[in-house]
Design a protein. Structure first.
Length: 48
Protein backbone atom coordinates (compact mmCIF):
# COMPACT_ATOMS: atom_id res chain seq x y z
CA UNK A 1 0.00 0.00 0.00
CA UNK A 2 2.18 2.82 -1.28
CA UNK A 3 1.38 6.47 -0.98
CA UNK A 4 -0.08 8.75 1.62
CA UNK A 5 -0.61 7.73 5.21
CA UNK A 6 -1.73 9.84 8.14
CA UNK A 7 0.85 12.63 8.26
CA UNK A 8 3.20 11.67 5.44
CA UNK A 9 4.21 9.13 2.82
CA UNK A 10 4.92 5.38 2.90
CA UNK A 11 7.40 3.87 0.41
CA UNK A 12 6.76 0.18 -0.33
CA UNK A 13 10.22 -0.35 -1.87
CA UNK A 14 11.93 -0.47 1.52
CA UNK A 15 9.11 0.14 4.00
CA UNK A 16 10.13 3.62 5.13
CA UNK A 17 7.73 6.25 6.45
CA UNK A 18 8.37 9.94 5.74
CA UNK A 19 6.64 12.98 7.18
CA UNK A 20 4.99 15.61 4.96
CA UNK A 21 8.35 17.41 4.58
CA UNK A 22 10.16 14.27 3.40
CA UNK A 23 12.02 13.59 6.64
CA UNK A 24 12.48 9.93 7.52
CA UNK A 25 10.29 8.90 10.44
CA UNK A 26 10.50 5.11 10.45
CA UNK A 27 12.12 2.37 8.43
CA UNK A 28 15.43 1.36 6.99
CA UNK A 29 15.95 4.43 4.78
CA UNK A 30 19.11 6.22 6.02
CA UNK A 31 18.35 9.68 4.58
CA UNK A 32 15.55 12.18 4.18
CA UNK A 33 14.02 12.63 0.72
CA UNK A 34 15.89 15.13 -1.46
CA UNK A 35 14.35 18.53 -2.12
CA UNK A 36 14.06 18.96 -5.90
CA UNK A 37 15.22 22.19 -7.53
CA UNK A 38 12.42 24.74 -7.73
CA UNK A 39 11.67 28.32 -8.73
CA UNK A 40 8.74 30.67 -8.39
CA UNK A 41 7.02 32.21 -11.41
CA UNK A 42 4.37 34.73 -10.45
CA UNK A 43 2.27 32.84 -7.86
CA UNK A 44 3.26 29.38 -9.09
CA UNK A 45 6.03 27.07 -7.92
CA UNK A 46 7.90 25.34 -10.76
CA UNK A 47 9.61 22.07 -9.82
CA UNK A 48 12.48 20.71 -11.88
Amino acid sequence: NAGAYDGGYFCPCHGAHYDASGRIRRGPAPLNLEVPPYTFKDNTIVIG
